[in-house]
Design a protein around this ligand. Structure first.
Ligand code: ADP
Length: 200
């Protein structure tokens, strides 16, 4: 695609450092991934509230809000899942450039999709949080009735049932919503990220 007539102005705008100093926080992407029903959104909401109480501004991005808006042209093939995450990663960069903490809730089913997100955002601004909830528990919870529909074939390409989920080898952080409360899970993430977002 022809790009030679495009002139970005980013280098002429207020710097990220100046914006972070104004907000008294550092921008960061918290990348929460795992099966549907593993607890990402539930913990993300608690995390957002807890961080706000501590004076931090966050933006929550999850599959349902991007797939009904900016990514409403995408389906669930591996290609579209990759494109979904590529666009979300680019959105993260914009927020981070403005000193905002982004809480992401995306299944992100493959190692290569997760690697792409980390590379677009930049590893120093990326915290990877794996929601390691056994599929049997996700299936039992089935908060949106999706596993039931996937089992009967009413939904195609459903992660864990008819579309693959690759377990990560060595995740930076692991959350177990099957053995810890929502509050404990959110607190564990806060303990890990506070040194990265605080400006003293
Ligand atoms: P995801 O965003 O990963 O698809 P959701 O947060 O939408 O998952 O659904 C998780 C379901 O599990 C919710 O119905 C939630 O109430 C329930 N749940 C039970 N215990 C926990 C826990 N400790 N942490 C998060 N969710 C939990």
């Amino acid at each position: 695609m022809e790009r030679k007539n495009i002139f970005p102005v980013f280098d002429r705008l207020t710097s990220r450092e100046d914006k972070e100093a104004l907000l008294k926080q550092r921008g960061l992407a918290i990348w929460m991934y795992g099966l549907s029903g593993s607890g990402k959104t539930t913990v993300a909401i608690e995390l957002e509230h807890k961080l706000f109480q501590k004076g931090f501004i966050c933006q929550l991005l999850d599959a349902d809000n991007v797939r009904t808006t900016i990514n409403n042209d995408l389906g669930f093939s591996l290609h579209d899942r990759e494109e979904n995450i590529r666009r979300v990663a680019e959105l993260n960069k914009l927020f981070i450039q403005n000193g905002v903490i982004v809480i992401n809730c995306f299944i992100s089913p493959t190692n290569s999709i997760r690697k792409m997100a980390a590379e677009i955002i930049g590893k120093k601004d990326f915290v990877e949080v794996f929601f390691n909830t056994p599929i049997e528990i996700c299936n039992q919870r089935d908060p949106k009735g999706l596993y039931k529909k996937a089992m009967t074939g009413d939904i195609e390409e459903f992660t864990g049932v008819s579309s693959p989920f690759e377990m990560p080898d060595n995740p930076e952080m692991e959350i177990r919503t099957d053995i810890s409360t929502v509050d404990e899970c959110a607190q564990k993430i806060i303990d890990h990220i506070l040194p990265k977002i605080e400006i003293k």
